[in-house]
Design a protein around this ligand. Structure first.
Ligand code: ADP
Ligand code: MG
Length: 230
């Protein structure tokens, strides 16, 4: 499903190039739920951005669902992100001037789906994340947990084969965090959506099938939940 080969990412800084990721080989199977753990600054968000086609590696190759990201032009990359990947962020990243329904329907509208179809899909997605009745509210009127569930509904709108979640429970209290993890687990098990989730929280990482540990831009180990196989 996801295959990284010798992937490095350098950011230019005043002191020269900074290596945020160093020659990483990572393989993730279709339908896996992966947790990425590591200290702050170890390259976790950079890794998700590369897998999701938000940024390009400096060296190495990445394929997702059989698509070689290196070979895509800008327009193909945009379509890849919109159609294959659902992004979920720590701070939800909803558009504040748009209603819940408009936020969830954003990619569908960008893909020029008919209005009636968008409305039906959005309604079903909001039911799916337990937010029926909130369609015409604005993000600021919702709790953090509700906003994150809107963000997950938005991520699901295009039926992605992959969800990339960057600390999705990082701003939530325990109860709301658990609800979000349960939702992600259900999507993984029932809809076979591959999930790659960055988290600091060992409790959250227990939702995953496998934990990949990264330090200083390098994968330093991995554990399958239920056993350690380094
Ligand atoms: P994490 O998500 O694990 O905290 P990041 O992937 O955000 O780590 O960042 C990895 C390293 O790369 C950090 O040292 C960070 O400061 C640096 N970095 C991230 N993005 C940029 C950027 N756009 N320009 C320069 N340095 C960056
Ligand atoms: Mg980060």
């Amino acid at each position: 499903m996801i295959c990284l080969e010798k992937v490095s990412k350098f950011y230019p800084t005043e002191a020269g190039n900074y290596a945020a990721l160093k020659e990483n080989d990572i393989h993730i199977r279709k339908g896996e739920f992966i947790a990425i753990m590591g200290p702050s600054g170890s390259g976790k968000s950079t890794l998700l951005q590369l897998i999701g086609g938000l940024d390009e590696p400096s060296f190495g190759s990445i394929s997702v669902d059989g698509i070689q990201l290196n070979e895509l032009n800008e327009k193909q990359r945009t379509l890849f992100r919109r159609e294959k990947v659902g992004f979920v962020f720590q701070n939800y990243q909803l558009l504040p001037m748009m209603t819940v329904a408009e936020n969830v329907g954003l990619s569908l509208a960008a893909n020029k789906a008919p209005k009636s179809e968008i409305k039906a899909i959005v309604q079903r997605l909001l039911e799916d994340v337990n937010l029926e009745g909130k369609a015409s509210q604005f993000p600021s009127q919702l709790s953090g947990g509700q906003q994150q569930r809107v963000a997950i509904a938005r991520a699901l709108a295009m039926k992605p084969s992959l969800i990339l979640a960057d600390e999705p429970t990082g701003n939530l209290d325990r109860k709301n965090g658990e609800d979000v993890l349960k939702l992600l687990s259900r999507l993984n098990k029932e809809e076979q959506i591959t999930i790659v989730m960055v988290t600091h929280d060992p409790q959250a990482a227990k939702a995953a099938d496998r934990i990949i540990r990264i330090e200083d831009g390098e994968v330093v180990g991995e554990e399958t939940n239920g056993g350690n196989r380094q």
